[in-house]
Design a protein around this ligand. Structure first.
Ligand code: FMN
Length: 260
């Protein structure tokens, strides 16, 4: 059993990259990927239990709330959470705090991976992907020091009630979007999308992906397709993808990544 466990949800790899970096700085860490039902729900032997996840539709990514409710943590374990977001913190940290009372929490912004909404470079204030990554790298060092020192946040994460409503509406708006997923002629039938889909919602038929209705909206298939062949209607056709360059599709498909 590892000293630290980080439960991570990552759609395009940025949170997983952050979790790997933090694990390297803390040492002896299991990163448990929450994309599909996490392989490890009993974390009672860990001294520190952390959560790193992206803000999606103002709240927690799909299924994360129900996973977190199932995780068992020792009463005296140190609990921390980090949220990555593009524009606003949303209500995700508060949701985790309500389930297991966090000792320490923080957030950091990145470019947006929601490329059906806007090009990822449209950030406010404007910043390059490189500068956003440098800021994240600095933040990881700060978080590692805080976690090692057992730092306690003075306040609970903000409630952000309007975002709670927004995240509840995700299912409906996403159901509409799901109908628009399609692969274009650049598709080589490699099956990366099939492996990446945490819901098993994509299958290959005649060497081409076919999308079902059970999409969670993580956008891994769109962002990590090696040929950028998957689109959501016309809107993403000309938009640059923004996956983390520090994470491979195979890593995103892992259940647990151990870092000494
Ligand atoms: C479906 C979807 C919804 C998102 N919703 C929000 C949001 O409501 N607010 C926000 O600030 N960022 C939002 N984002 C941006 C991500 O939180 C941000 O880009 C994050 O760095 C992605 O990390 P990941 O690659 O580990 O998933 C969204 C991204 C996706 C894919």
């Amino acid at each position: 059993m590892s000293e630290n466990i980080i439960y991570c949800y990552s759609g395009s790899g940025h949170c997983l990259s952050m979790a790997k970096d933090l694990a390297r700085q803390l040492g002896d860490t299991d990163i448990v990927l929450m994309r599909s039902l996490p392989a490890k729900l009993d974390a009672r032997e860990a001294k520190r239990v952390g959560f790193i996840f992206s803000c999606m539709a103002g709240g927690l990514p799909g299924d994360v709330e129900s996973y977190v409710k199932k995780i068992q943590i020792a009463p005296d374990a140190y609990r921390f959470a980090v949220e990555q977001y593009a524009g606003y913190l949303g209500c995700g940290l508060r949701k985790i705090d309500e389930i297991l009372r966090l000792d320490y929490w923080t957030g950091i912004s990145n470019h947006s991976t929601a490329i059906w909404l806007m090009p990822h470079k449209l950030t406010f204030p404007p910043t390059s992907p490189e500068k956003a990554q440098t800021r994240i790298d600095k933040k990881v060092a700060e978080i590692a020091a805080a976690v090692r020192d057992g730092k306690r946040s003075e306040k609970r994460p903000p409630k952000m009630a309007p975002f709670e409503l927004m995240s509840k509406g995700l299912g409906k708006t996403h159901a509409q979007r799901v109908k628009k997923f399609a692969a274009n002629e650049n598709c080589i039938g490699c099956g990366t999308c099939v492996q990446l889909c945490p819901r098993g919602n994509i299958r290959l038929e005649g060497g081409r992906p076919v999308f079902g209705q059970n999409c969670i909206g993580c956008l891994s298939c769109v962002q990590l397709c090696p040929k950028a062949a998957i689109n959501i209607g016309k809107i993403t056709e000309k938009r640059e993808r923004f996956p983390s360059s520090r994470v491979t599709p195979a890593e995103l498909c892992e259940k647990i990544i151990h870092i000494d």
